[in-house]
Write a protein that binds this ligand. Structure first.
Ligand code: ZN
Length: 114
């Protein structure tokens, strides 16, 4: 789907995509501005990720309003989210496309079909 396999190899090219799927010929950008909606997906993923780290932090280190632990979590979570951004945005595009395009296993086995 993306031209570079690793989202981090070249950050400038993170969103360089093939126009169509090399296997089935499915067009990726269904309409101009199609990827705009991925913002909602990555937002939801970011929130889900934050909730997960919050719970993990809570369990491992404990959270309390009395000390700065909530701020440490906020900082760590922020840094993690930033580091994960290229990957998160890519996975958002994949998930977003899944909403609109049905994945057909059989098509993947027939590279000659359109
Ligand atoms: Zn395909």
């Amino acid at each position: 789907m993306f031209k570079t396999k690793n989202a981090y190899t070249n950050l400038r090219k993170t969103f360089d995509m093939h126009e169509r799927c090399p296997v089935c010929g499915q067009k990726y950008e269904l309409e101009t501005g199609f990827w705009f909606g991925t913002g909602y997906v990555s937002y939801a993923l970011g929130v889900a990720f934050s909730v997960a780290t919050l719970i993990a932090y809570w369990v491992i280190f404990g959270l309390s309003w009395a000390d700065n632990s909530i701020f440490i979590w906020l900082g760590v979570n922020g840094v993690l989210l930033l580091l994960l951004q290229p990957w998160l945005m890519r996975i958002s595009r994949v998930i977003y496309l899944y909403f609109f395009v049905y994945y057909d296993e059989d098509t993947a086995k027939l590279p000659e079909s359109k």
